[in-house]
Design a protein around this ligand. Structure first.
Ligand code: NAP
Length: 290
């Protein structure tokens, strides 16, 4: 079994981006500028946005964090989005999800200018990705593809089973790995909460992408030997032995599944850091596109 070390690879990617930013600056150009809108005080969202901002600082990007009250009206949030859309100093921005219940998430994401949509959540970018055209690919599936590429894992002709069909992970990764591309050219099965007998599918998988948000869901009796396992899940589970009072748990029962797998991502330190690296990569792309 070999670990797919997302932390190590993401640091390499960040270093590559940092060098590109240096070159831009040497050329007299301004560095890429990423903005993030955070609504409310959700602990996990604060952590994610915090690490995105810190990563920007590490690699020489400018960053702006816009913190808005939990009870902000939809109109005021839209005004903030329009401001970022029209600000030529901002290359890309994200609206951290989830948004409070009184705000229509789908409506908000559609208002982000597609040329600044570095999360790749706008239907325009999603459609281009689905047609294998150049676009902003959502950071998490983009990170998975990059991890597969950097570990030289062959996907052509392989059976990929994706668990979960969200617009930000399951659905896009199933499209990317079935695209006529490398990585890609896989035969993909997408399973979800209405699938009958998920084990029937997972047992035939050469590559498994697990993204459903249920800690330790995938057990070793659900897989065949030498499968490649990508665990996307991040759930905070109470752990009073930790300083923070919780630990992060993936969707894969790591200790048993690792014994049967050829490659496996740890949680934390697998897909999570790759997601941030690819957000930065998308922001650099947005800067270059301007
Ligand atoms: P989501 O929007 O809640 O979607 C979950 C998907 O899992 C849905 O398609 C759902 O099916 C399916 N599902 C739920 N219970 C199931 C079951 N018992 N059997 C089979 N399928 C089931 O979640 P998400 O946003 O994709 O996130 C999934 C996990 O990844 C979460 O833990 C999240 O925190 C994590 N995540 C991590 C990163 C990262 O950077 N590492 C990024 C994004 C998300 P239905 O469609 O039928 O409801």
């Amino acid at each position: 079994m070999q670990l797919l070390d997302g932390k190590f690879i993401s640091n390499k990617i960040k270093e590559e981006i940092r060098e590109e930013v240096e070159a831009l600056k040497k050329n007299g150009e301004r560095p890429p500028h990423l903005a993030a809108i955070l609504v409310g005080n959700d602990g996990a969202s604060l952590t994610y946005v915090g690490s995105k901002v810190r990563s920007c600082e590490q690699i020489g990007f400018d960053s702006t964090l816009i913190k808005l009250d939990e009870d902000i009206s939809e109109d005021k949030l839209i005004a903030n989005i329009n401001k970022l859309n029209n600000d030529s100093d901002i290359d890309g921005f994200i609206v951290q999800l989830p948004l409070p219940k009184h705000i229509d998430e789908e409506k908000i994401l559609k208002l982000v200018d597609p040329s600044k949509d570095v999360d790749g959540f706008h239907p325009y970018n999603f459609g281009k990705m689905a047609q294998n055209l150049d676009s902003f690919i959502p950071a998490t599936p983009h990170g998975i593809v990059e991890l597969i590429k950097r570990y030289d894992i062959q996907t052509e002709g392989k059976h990929v089973v994706v668990i979960g069909r969200s617009n930000i992970v399951g659905r896009p990764i199933s499209i990317l790995l079935s695209n006529k591309s490398n990585p890609g050219n896989s035969t993909v099965t997408l399973v979800h909460s209405r699938t009958k007998d998920i084990s029937f599918y997972t047992k035939t998988a050469d590559i498994l992408v697990v993204a459903l948000g249920i800690p330790n869901f995938l057990k070793s009796d659900m897989i065949k030997k030498d499968v490649v396992v990508i665990d996307v899940g991040i759930t905070r589970v109470e752990d009073l032995t930790k300083e923070k009072g919780y630990k992060i748990v993936g969707d894969v029962d790591f200790e048993s599944v690792k014994l049967k797998s050829s490659f496996i991502t740890p949680v934390p330190g697998g897909v999570g850091p790759m997601t941030i690296a690819m957000l930065l990569k998308n922001t650099l792309k947005a800067r270059k596109n301007q």
